[in-house]
Design a protein around this ligand. Structure first.
Ligand code: PA5
Length: 422
């Protein structure tokens, strides 16, 4: 279970603490489906629906992918990509799993070439993921890897190596899949891209990489049930209400910090979730991320001494996966024998405490998030916690947390300009 610690934020509340009444109202609005964007709240029941629906086919397809080669090229962008990559980087490729190669998340030819080189001569499959089926970046990335499949295997075998995750009925990708007979998985109508990681969007690549997606789904079902409780002990209420209180106190930027380098893409997933959900109508904390301890030696200066518009949310795993004891030397020439025999995890915990004290003293409110362990269960717990807290926080802020009208602006310009080539 996830725990939220607001002891480092409380000194900044002034007379008024987090508004749990508003959190309760937001939770009611969400569960009654009476708020803006209520057509897109299907992520709340997604784990249960996956278990009763596509999950067996996801597992079977992942097995086929593992038997067909050593790599899966995962083509997608934004919500159709970040969740799977976050899980893969956090938990790692497991025994018998294929390597995941991510493509279609930009237009860099240099990156594209690097991914083709990484793939090398290995046998591979492609999972193309796009809810709309019309997003330019993955559509072009898919063209490249589909053409490589056809060159390597011929058109018929290429078609057997392509798996499409898209809308149930609409879009160019759905039509192409129908023409070529590619197996398809569904991004449900009532789930937006950034809330879709627990659908086939995230689960198929994760399962192909050997991750235990059944454990992910079981844990997510349990997590959403636990997070439905309607009182101040709900960690989603605590996180959402604290963020909103600090935003109203004039804070502008929330930095998500973690002491595990493997958390980097999880932070990217979190940034999309909060940035797209809350950054509208001139409102919203700007979600940023840092990787500690490394960034303590760069961004740490700004956090400690820069403008006081920051809040810092620090995520820690209670039970680290592995330990390592500091070695001892007879000569003690660096004078560090006093820490010899202690585990790096013990030292990291002290460093984190020291950082919290320093940053709070420097005027940066601190929100602590503790996750039991860094495994599939922990991953599922974090996804459910951050999704629910985001929806509540968005409603408390008075915006629709499920649309992203601002993302359309650049697309319109780009397609207009590209249209000149027709
Ligand atoms: O959250 C969102 O809706 C977006 O980030 C989309 O996931 C992203 O733009 C990709 O869209 P699509 O899956 O339609 O290709």
């Amino acid at each position: 279970m996830i725990k939220v610690d607001l002891s480092g934020a409380a000194p900044f509340w002034g007379g008024e603490g987090p508004d749990y009444g508003a959190a309760a109202a937001a939770h009611r609005t969400l569960s009654e489906g009476s708020g803006a964007g209520s057509d897109f709240t299907g992520w709340l029941t997604l784990p249960r629906r996956m278990k009763d629906g596509e999950l067996p086919r996801v597992l079977e397809t992942a097995r086929r992918i593992r038997e067909s080669g050593e790599a899966l090229v995962v083509v997608g962008i934004g919500g159709s990509y970040l969740g799977a990559r976050a899980a893969y980087e956090l938990l790692g490729r497991q025994k018998d799993g294929v390597e995941l190669i991510f493509a279609g998340n930009g237009l860099s030819a240099d990156y594209l070439n690097a991914m083709i080189e990484r793939l090398g001569e290995r046998d591979f499959c492609v999972n193309v993921i796009s809810k709309s089926g019309t997003t330019l970046e993955p559509a072009l990335g898919f063209r490249v890897f589909r053409s490589l499949l056809e060159k390597k295997y011929g058109p018929e075998e290429a078609d057997r190596r392509i798996f499409a995750t898209t809308d149930r009925a609409r879009g160019a990708l759905k039509s192409s899949a129908g023409i070529h007979g590619w197996p398809t998985f569904v991004v449900p109508d009532d789930v937006g891209g950034r809330y879709s990681v627990l659908s086939a969007v995230g689960l198929l690549p994760m399962a192909a990489a050997g991750l235990d997606v059944e454990a992910v789904i079981e844990s997510a079902i349990a997590a959403f049930a636990a997070l439905d409780r309607r009182d101040e002990s709900n960690p989603c209420w605590q996180y959402a209400a604290a963020r909103q209180r600090l935003f109203r106190l004039g804070k502008k930027i929330e930095i998500l910090a973690c002491y595990e380098p493997s958390f980097r893409m999880m932070a990217e997933w979190w940034k999309q979730l909060y940035g797209e959900s809350e950054g509208k109508n001139g409102l919203g904390l700007f979600p940023a991320s840092v990787e500690y301890n490394a960034d303590l030696h760069s961004m740490g200066q700004y956090v400690q001494d820069g403008p006081r518009h920051l809040i810092e949310t620090v995520l820690r795993f209670k039970n680290p996966r592995r330990g390592y004891a500091v070695p001892s030397f007879a000569d003690d020439s660096d004078g560090l024998n006093y820490v010899a025999g202690h585990d790096f995890n013990e030292i990291a915990a002290i460093a984190a405490e020291a950082v919290k004290d320093a940053h709070v003293a420097g005027g940066v409110p601190n929100i602590g998030i503790e996750v039991e362990r860094c495994d599939e269960r922990g991953f599922a717990g974090m996804v459910c916690f951050f999704e629910l807290a985001c929806a509540l926080s968005g409603y408390m802020q008075g915006v629709n947390p499920f649309d992203q009208p601002g993302v359309e602006a650049y697309k319109k310009n780009m397609f207009r300009m590209l249209g000149d080539w027709k």
